[in-house]
Design a protein. Structure first.
Length: 530
């Protein structure tokens, strides 16, 4: 991999766009976007879902052609009429969802389209593995990825690394690399390694574009921040000269400082009756889990990657067998491994991977919303389409799903609106218990505020809500109590008044056999338990 040369102070930006307009039918996705991306600097690209970030990236990769405006590479006007043209100009975009060929090796995935040959005919596997092994060593990822692994065997973090290797290989060295939500599936250790790599790219004079909704990452990494709002530039600021509140105002046009405000119980006021009762549940992934969630209560489930939170959620929803212990919803005991039984009892789950686990992307909003209430809108064996449409419209309106019609396919929606469709499905079912696993992953701050309002509204209606989130400020803002897991077990619980980031992390990183730190209560996680 040949690094780009560091630019002279007077050099033009690596890439610039001037007056870019892009329309899809009657919808204008970009309206006169003018931005530049200097060499050797990290430019964060921010904005709400639907602000135009993805459309702009697709123009930079040659997947879309702008209707108006020009693109410049190092001061020279260019036309990217295909991805190959963009790559030949040194422009690379690493997508949020890596495109991996499952049945070939990592090395073949990295060099797909430019595989080394012997005698012009035969694949030179030894040379291929040598190249990728050297690249991994150069990047410091030798212990993370084996070039001989098949694509189907890779973890999400390894898939992301394959895309990074692709971006850095080839005859034309990269001039600009854009990362689209790269840390959504990475552990803290992997995030640190990625940021180290981005620092090296910056030092080599490569322009880096970093798309993320995570404010902490932005301020840790970016030199400058460009904000899009409704398809138009809202401003470009130096990262060192702004703060989170100012960025939110640029993105959404208003202050969201009250996004977590919800009416809580007064001191001494008793919570509602126990609705979700989990006693000594053990599965292949979790051990001896005991917790309760009451009507109108929001309980946060915290823990580091691998703590077992998502696995517990799947077990409670009937997607994983329970080896020992009991789960009851409003007094009705559930048998593990029976999702339909959990749904009938009033338990709903919005899983972590909404696209893979919750949504039929090529089906309509109407179909996805009505999925768990078909028994209520059938007449004999036939679904009443009028009732199905009315139901979908009611909840799309209530949750402010931004779509021209409930007949549109879910894949056309932004991440925030897709998540609202998942929530609409369960609201239509009127659950007694709702488990939300990473409900705001990959969505913008405006959509997050709307999700928080939905959670508060559910609690006000008496629904017992269990929220799993890796964002501690989110959990601390939403939850009445925070239950912490580590190594498949509960290590402690904190009331809202006692829950701080430091206290939660102390429990999340506690050894299974170690006592809780001073001032931090250990299990049990049920209020009032001895």
């Amino acid at each position: 991999m040949t690094p780009a040369r560091s630019p002279s102070p007077a050099a033009p930006p690596v890439l610039a766009v001037d007056g870019i307009v892009k329309r899809f039918g009657s919808v204008q996705a970009l309206g006169g976007v003018t931005l530049d991306f200097p060499a050797g600097r990290v430019t964060a690209l921010m904005g709400e879902n639907g602000a135009g970030k993805s459309t702009l990236l697709r123009i930079l990769t040659g997947d879309h052609t702008p209707d108006e405006g020009r693109v410049f590479v190092e001061g020279r006007a260019v036309t990217f009429d295909s991805p190959a043209a963009a790559r030949a100009a040194g422009v690379r975009v690493i997508p949020q969802e890596p495109e991996i060929i499952p049945h070939v090796t990592v090395a073949e995935n990295v060099w797909a389209g430019a595989l080394p040959r012997r005698r012009g005919r035969f694949l030179d596997r030894r040379e291929l593995v040598r190249r990728v092994t050297a690249d991994l060593a150069d990047l410091g990822f030798s212990d993370v990825l084996d070039p001989r692994l098949l694509g189907a065997q890779l973890t999400p973090a390894q898939r992301q690394l394959v895309e990074i290797l692709r971006a850095l290989t080839g005859d034309v060295p990269p001039r600009l690399i854009a990362f689209d939500e790269p840390t959504s599936s990475l552990s803290e250790h992997e995030v640190d390694a990625l940021f180290g790599l981005i620092g090296r790219l910056r030092a080599d004079g490569i322009a880096v574009v970093y798309v993320s909704h995570r404010m902490r990452e932005i301020f840790r990494l970016a030199d400058r921040i460009a904000v899009l709002r409704d398809g138009s530039p809202a401003g470009v600021v130096e990262a060192a000269e702004t703060d989170e509140r100012a960025l939110v105002r640029l993105m959404v046009g208003r202050d969201l400082s009250t996004m977590f405000v919800r009416e809580r119980r007064r001191e001494g006021e008793q919570p509602g009756d126990v609705v979700l009762d989990v006693q000594d549940v053990t599965t292949d992934d979790v051990r001896g889990i005991t917790l309760q969630v009451r009507a109108g209560e929001v309980v946060g489930l915290a823990g580091l990657v691998g703590a077992g939170r998502s696995e517990l959620a799947l077990a409670l929803a009937g997607d994983r067998p329970i080896r020992r212990g009991t789960v009851a919803v409003d007094g009705v005991r559930l048998r593990g491994g029976r999702p339909r039984e959990a749904i009938r009892a009033g338990l709903g789950l919005a899983p972590e991977e909404r696209k893979a686990q919750a949504l039929f992307l090529h089906r309509s909003i109407r179909d996805n919303t009505a999925l768990v209430v078909l028994d209520r809108i059938r007449r004999f064996r036939f679904v009443r389409r009028g009732a199905e449409r009315a139901l979908a419209r009611e909840y799309a309106t209530r949750l402010r799903v931004r779509t021209p019609s409930v007949g549109h396919e879910v894949r056309t929606l932004s991440g925030g609106n897709q998540q609202k469709v998942v929530l609409a499905r369960w609201l239509a079912r009127k659950p007694k218990v709702l488990i939300l696993d990473e409900p705001t992953r990959g969505i913008d701050v405006g959509a997050k505020a709307e999700i928080y309002q939905i959670v508060a509204g559910l609690a006000a209606e008496g629904v017992a809500v269990l929220v799993i989130s890796s964002e501690l400020p989110e959990l601390l803002g939403l939850a009445d109590r925070v239950v912490v897991m580590q190594g498949g077990r509960i290590t402690g619980a904190l009331d809202h008044a006692d829950a701080t980031e430091e206290a939660v992390l102390a429990l999340a990183m506690a050894d299974d056999l170690a006592p809780a730190p001073a001032g931090v209560p250990s299990v049990p996680s049920t209020p009032g338990a001895p």
